[in-house]
Design a protein around this ligand. Structure first.
Ligand SMILES: C[S@@+](CC[C@H](N)C(=O)[O-])C[C@H]1O[C@@H](n2cnc3c(N)ncnc32)[C@H](O)[C@@H]1O
Length: 215
């Protein structure tokens, strides 16, 4: 039995237009390439994309680092099917895995890097901490977590734009983001050092790039 989750565009019936909507409204590819650059992937590293959605970040990762082992995990079977289609079309060797939303199906210390984009705004505070704990667990001792997600607004315009998102989406999962609580939640989950490396203004508010070290 899987944990309840919020679909990528809030309603399941909107999931088929996810790729189209994101590409049209956000600098998606720029953001995902920036996140991959930030993660500084090295040869043969094993990388997990947490909440891989339709697989765009994973496919970019494979294109930029064909020698790494790229695995994506996703709770929404509808998103996973869209990812499977894209992976098959590209004849890609990235691996995709369904996940029930609680314990990650990997041994402790499996991954060199975990990456994630636009996932944590859909999680309640307790789900965020539990997910950060699991990500921390599956990283190798020198492992790193790199994440792009909504962060604390950098100015009044960014705050207003994100308020609109919160009204349309919801307040209870996005409040940690806008209040700037993601770093302290990661620390609570076991990451001793969390940094925000970059903030970017977008149509929906400030997007922050986080880096957290396992030890
Ligand atoms: C906005 S989409 C982002 C997808 C992809 N990472 C991207 O950048 O395009 C949010 C993703 O978070 C996933 N998600 C929602 N609730 C989750 C949960 N409790 N645990 C893990 N992932 C979850 C959704 O299924 C969806 O794929």
């Amino acid at each position: 039995m899987s944990s309840p989750f919020i679909p990528a565009l809030k309603y399941h019936f909107l999931t088929p237009i996810y790729d189209w909507f994101i590409a049209l409204t956000l600098p998606e590819i720029t953001v995902k390439k920036q996140l991959i650059r930030q993660a500084n992937i090295k040869k043969a590293e094993k990388v997990l994309d947490y909440g891989c959605g339709t697989g765009t970040l994973l496919l970019l990762l494979e294109e930029l680092h064909p020698d790494c082992e790229a695995i994506g995990i996703e709770v929404d079977t509808q998103m996973l099917k869209m990812a499977q289609r894209k992976v098959a079309e590209k004849n890609s060797s990235v691996q995709l895995q369904y996940y029930e939303g609680d314990r990650l199906p990997y041994e402790t210390g499996t991954f060199d890097k975990v990456i994630s984009s636009w996932v944590f705004q859909h999680l309640t505070t307790s789900q965020k901490i539990a997910s950060f704990r699991e990500i921390h667990r599956v990283l190798k001792p020198e492992g790193e977590f790199h994440m792009a997600d909504w962060g604390k607004a950098q100015n009044a315009l960014m705050r207003s734009l994100f308020f609109v998102v919160q009204v349309i989406d919801n307040f209870y999962t996005t409040d940690d983001n806008i209040q700037g609580r993601l770093p302290s939640l990661m620390q609570e989950a076991g990451f001793p050092k969390v940094q925000i490396l970059h903030n970017q203004s977008t149509l929906f508010g400030t997007l922050s790039y986080f880096k957290a070290l396992k030890s």
